[in-house]
Unconditional design. Structure first.
Length: 88
């Protein structure tokens, strides 16, 4: 069962608005409301992108980041490689 891209877009827009509200009322690091809103945006985006592809064979130029912490670790590893000390 496919979803109408317009309905999926409206859900994405709503999720983005709710994320903005949660972010503006953030109560410190790791606020569960902001985290929940973050994942709601990611889920709504994936539904929209899938429905857009199913209906029109098109996708957006965006992608959802799977795990922010893993990306930070990868960047740190790349920096460590660049700073490698070579003994003569």
């Amino acid at each position: 069962m496919s979803i109408d891209p317009r309905v999926a877009l409206q859900s994405l827009t709503t999720a983005l608005e709710e994320h903005l509200i949660a972010a503006s009322a953030r109560r410190g690091e790791g606020d569960p409301t902001v985290e929940a809103a973050f994942f709601a945006v990611a889920d709504a985006f994936e539904v929209y992108d899938d429905s857009l592809y199913e209906a029109y064979g098109e996708v957006t130029p965006l992608e959802v980041i799977d795990d922010v912490e893993d990306d930070d670790d990868d960047e740190d590893a790349e920096e460590d490689e660049e700073l490698e000390i070579v003994d003569d």
